[in-house]
Write a protein that binds this ligand. Structure first.
Ligand code: HEC
Ligand code: HEC
Length: 310
């Protein structure tokens, strides 16, 4: 925080504590008695309704000391821990530091329990019940937000169970996708193609995907495709996993296969990002979760169930 807010917090905190001390001192003192009631007890001199008087009894000592105790506690606390503006406290404690420590402890524990198992080749892990149990757990906590709890994806997030891979389904390729992440770059062609040409090209994409389309439109679209798109998606449309350019002939679209969705893709481009797990999960956890993803495809071999395919 800026110097102004630093001092603002420091001063307001200290003034408040000083005011508390003053309040305790003031209320803790026995007041000078200035009267007696009918029973002869000392009163503060205040009288209500003719005969209601206030006895001159200061707060019990132990009660007062309790309040002083809270003041002393807060001063010690503010000296040791962060609280006074930018002052870090004598102990140098921070919530992120504590988080890092707890995380390191959790990592060490994980390493101790699963470190050895994690070293098995991914092909083996993908069939190892313990590894898959751990991997499923990691997936639920770190991947399902985007890919869905059943890993079937959603619009913009690929289905990981259908054997249709954007970046390749070989063990090494899936590992790369998870551990190093992926950034897809599909440029937009709204500048190069007018609306009609965008539509024609989209019709050709639908033809590639096996849909029934107007063949004259598709033939016109093919010319644009050969010129602008084939470099990445291949002249036969089967894509290029090196570039993350999807196979357009599979009938599986992560952004949707409707006319509108394809036109939008062509006009504006797409930039899907798979976050690298290297620094997020670390190596051992990434291996388990990759094994889990591989196992999903072994289970569902052959069924190509496209999410977002509408
Ligand atoms: C520079 C390489 C490149 C060029 C050129 C290119 N694309 Fe793409 N295309 C990609 C990549 C990479 C993706 C994946 C984007 C993503 O996943 O976010 C993609 C995605 C798509 C998709 C979405 C597929 C889905 O699963 O929803 C369609 C449709 C598409 N491209 C069609 C075209 C057409 C038509 C052209 C030519 C007008 C074209 N692309 C030109 C690289 C390219
Ligand atoms: C913030 C959202 C997000 C999270 C979290 C996420 N992913 Fe992804 N993932 C994506 C996107 C988007 C793509 C597609 C990138 C593209 O458009 O090419 C992707 C692609 C992939 C691919 C490649 C798919 C293919 O068809 O080649 C794999 C494998 C994958 N993710 C696994 C995982 C695993 C395992 C986790 C958890 C550790 C995870 N993802 C977490 C968004 C996410």
């Amino acid at each position: 925080m800026s110097a102004f807010w630093h001092w603002f917090v420091v001063i307001i905190t200290l003034v408040f504590i000083a005011a508390m001390v003053w309040l305790f001192v003031a209320t803790g003192k026995a007041r000078v008695p200035s009267g007696t009631n009918k029973e002869g007890e000392e009163t503060t001199g205040h009288v209500w309704d003719d005969d209601l008087t206030e006895l001159n009894n200061p707060m019990p000592r132990w009660w007062l000391w309790l309040f002083y105790g809270t003041v002393i506690f807060s001063l010690i606390y503010l000296a040791l821990y962060p609280g006074l503006g930018n002052f870090a406290g004598a102990l140098g404690w921070s919530s992120s530091g504590q988080y890092a420590e707890e995380r390191a402890a959790a990592d060490a524990d994980f390493q101790a329990r699963f470190g050895e198992l994690a070293q098995l080749p991914l092909e083996e892990l993908a069939h190892h019940p313990d590894a898959l149990r751990v991997g499923r757990n990691i997936f639920a906590h770190n991947c399902s937000t985007c890919h869905g709890s059943d890993a079937r994806g959603a619009r913009g997030y690929p289905n990981l169970t259908n054997n249709h891979w954007i970046w390749g389904g070989e063990v090494d390729q899936v590992w790369h996708s998870v551990y190093h992440g992926r950034e897809a770059v599909m440029p937009g062609f709204g500048g190069a193609l007018d609306d009609q040409d965008v539509t024609r090209t989209a019709v050709f994409v639908q033809q590639l995907a096996g849909q029934q389309v107007d063949s004259a439109m598709a033939a016109a679209g093919r010319r644009h495709y050969d010129m602008l798109c084939a470099a990445c998606h291949g002249s036969d449309g089967t894509g290029n996993p090196m570039l993350g350019a999807p196979d357009l002939t599979a009938g599986v679209f992560i952004y949707g296969g409707t006319m509108d969705a394809i036109r939008y893709t062509i006009r504006n481009g797409r930039n899907g990002v798979m976050p690298a797990q290297r620094d997020l999960l670390g190596e051992a956890r990434s291996r388990f979760v990759t094994a889990y993803v591989l196992s999903l495809n072994a289970e569902n071999n052959g069924s190509s169930n496209g999410s977002g395919d509408d």
